[in-house]
Each structure stands twice: as C-alpha cells, then as structure tokens.
Write a protein that binds this ligand. Sequence first.
Ligand SMILES: Cc1cc2nc3c(=O)[nH]c(=O)nc-3n(C[C@H](O)[C@H](O)[C@H](O)COP(=O)(O)OP(=O)(O)OC[C@H]3O[C@@H](n4cnc5c(N)ncnc54)[C@H](O)[C@@H]3O)c2cc1C
Length: 390
Amino acid sequence: MQHDHDIIIVGGGMVGAALAARVGHAGFSVGLVEHGDAPTPPSGDYDLRISSLNARSLAFVKASGTTLPEERCCPFRHIDVSNQDGTGHSLFSAQDSGMDDFGIFIENRTLQYALWQRLEQLPSVTCYTQCAPLSTITSSTGRLLELDNGKTLSARLIVGADGAQSTLRELAGINVSSHDYHQRAMIINVETELPQQDVSWQVFTPTGPIAMLPLPGHRASLVWYDTDKTTQAREQLDDEALKAAIEMAFPKRLGNLIRIVARASFPIKRQHAHRYIGKRLALIGDAAHVVHPLAGQGLNIGLQDADTLAEIIIQGRDPGDYVNLLRFECQRRAANQAMIAATDSFHHLFTGAKPLRQLGDLSLQLAERFPFAKRMMMQQANGLNPFKFH
Ligand SMILES: Cc1cc2nc3c(=O)[nH]c(=O)nc-3n(C[C@H](O)[C@H](O)[C@H](O)COP(=O)(O)OP(=O)(O)OC[C@H]3O[C@@H](n4cnc5c(N)ncnc54)[C@H](O)[C@@H]3O)c2cc1C
C-alpha cells in the first residue's frame, strides 16, 4: 500500500521538529502536523522560555544540518551548586570532564525556529500547520491519521511529539502516572549591571531552588521555585517590589539589577506515560515524560528520545517495525525513569524535612571531595555514558 509519508510527526515543538529534521535529512518522507502556526524569527529581547542544551543534544541537532544563531546562544563552562546556609557547595567545570563547555542556553523559540528553517530546506518534509489529529487507526502496513481540517494522512509510523497534554497519546489510549509538586517556577528575565559570564548557578533553599541561567551580554534568566501560594503572591508584586525581593533572596553575584525585562510562572509536575509505543506509533519528548525542571533536563531527554528513534528508523527497513519500536521503548524508558528518579530525589533532598536536607548537603560535599563521582554526575547530565571514557 502506498502511504502519504514514511513518518508522520504530530507536534512541531523542539523535539518533534528535531526528529523531523533528522529523518528528513536522512531522506525519509516526513509529514509534520502542528496545531499552531510555523514559528516566526526571534527578534528583540530574549524570550522567557530558555533551555540548556547539553553536548549530546547539540550534536543531534547539528546532525540534521540545522544551524543555530550564535548571537542568541550562551555557552556555559561551569555549574555552581550550593545551599543557602553555606554548608554544601560544589563547582562543576566542563574542563574537569575534558569538555570545552557543558553546552548552551538558548531560547526555546530560537531553537524551534532554527529547526523549522531546516525543515523548509528539506524537499522530503511537508509541514501541515493549524491542524490537529481527530482519530487514528492502523491499516495492514501503516496507520491512518484523520485531521480536523478534513484531510486524512497515512504513514508507516506516527510519532506523538505533541507535548504533555498529547492528543495522540490519548487517541492511542495510553495512560499516564503524574504527580503535582505543588510548586511553581517563576522565570524572570533581568538586565544586570555586569555581563553574565560562563557560569550557571543554583542555590537550594528549604522552599525550592533559585537559579541563574546566563544569557548573552547583560541579560540573565532567573528561576525562582517556591510553593504555589508564595509564587502567586510574588506574581502580584510590581517590578520595583519584585526587584527588591530578588536582591534580598538571590546571592549578590548578579551585580546590580538594572531592570526586570519579563516574567511568568509555570506549574511543576512530573508525568510518565505507561507505554511509549503502540502499533506503528511512538511517543517522544513531553508526550512521553515530564520531569522536574530543576536539573534542566526535560528537553535534553526528549531530544535523546528523538535521537534514539531516528537511529533506529535510519538503520531499519520499516520505520514502524514493532520489534524496533520495542528496542526504542526499552532504551529510552530506562534512561528517562532514571532521570525522573534523580530529579525527584534532588527535589526531596534539598526541599524536604531537615534530615533529608542534611543528606543533600552531604551529597554536595562528597561530590566536591571525589572528582570521579563529580565527573560521573556531569557526564550523566550531558547525556554521555558515565562509565565510558571519552
Ligand atoms: C520552567 C521550566 C524550565 C525548563 N527548563 C529546561 C531546561 O533548561 N532544559 C531542558 O532540557 N528542559 C527544560 N524544561 C523542559 C522543556 O521545556 C520541555 O521538556 C520541552 O519543551 C518539551 O518539548 P516538546 O517538543 O516535547 O513539547 P512542547 O514544547 O510542549 O511542544 C509540543 C508541540 O506540539 C504542538 N501540539 C500540541 N498539541 C497538538 C495537537 N493536538 N496537534 C498538533 N500539534 C500539537 C504544540 O503547539 C507544540 O508546538 C523546562 C520546563 C519548564 C516548565
């Protein structure tokens, strides 16, 4: 049977677009279904949604021929982790792991736009915007996808990359387990007196971490985790009052704060799909898992799903082959479960009851004393195998 595409990807966010670019670059016919519009070029001040891309994610994005605009990327070489009372502190340097840097901070919209620019250059990729799936059924050699614009498409594999509220996951009857941390992350973009440098820092407090992600020039992205109630109260502050609150709570290393540029807050949840695959169907990215963002790994593990699935598709004969999809599920579920457990433990170790927090402090002291343990932690965070010497 002739299909419209080899692969249909539902969701043109960073993870879906990255998979489309990689398999499109390898010559597969791809249909990308996105319910929004195509992204527009980033301009003006930095957006609030920033992500860290580790070494493996960057290599994957570049393997599709995508070019990222250097002027909107901020490489970072150090990660400084401490607790508020100064009893635990650890400085991780890329150099200690034999790397030039840990990766980059980039706006989500800049990465998504760069990927879509690449898709436009690939003749084997077709983007269907402003439409969403209504139903899906399998056929003997593929799967059909009925869209809400009246079209029905068919492919040998359909991939759900449509985020935490995935419609494709729901249509496939795949359930999730989820947990609400009753915390929010307030993201505040600020202009600082000093240019931000190549260090990203995080300070654990009993109510949640506070973090600074450097952006190019005199800009930084602050992340302030706290309870739902406290964050909602903080959101009511005007810019001057919020600036004063930041100056009180954050370490003095920012230099003087010139102004608040933008702010918003996001609820913190974890979620894991019970299955990543079905007949001629796979889930990747937030459609499959959502992790606590304190370690900045949600997008990275989503891109690793896309990387693993792309490799399996490129090496196999039939992109929807069930045995290959099982290999994908085995590899990625174990890795993602480990990341969910790690971020969950970080949350409890640093924001839990006092004995747990003492254990958290001890883990920072141990990481500082044993360079080997530190190096393993860094390689894990970079998507590299910590047991392999690079
Ligand atoms: C506060 C915060 C900070 C974070 N910081 C980091 C970080 O530093 N590093 C990191 O690695 N991760 C970070 N993350 C996590 C990261 O943002 C997510 O893991 C990532 O955005 C997931 O990408 P995705 O493409 O899977 O999903 P999404 O970004 O949600 O994209 C889904 C896409 O699918 C489309 N879509 C949705 N429904 C449909 C439908 N029915 N039909 C068609 N299209 C549809 C949407 O329009 C969208 O384009 C953070 C998360 C939060 C909340």
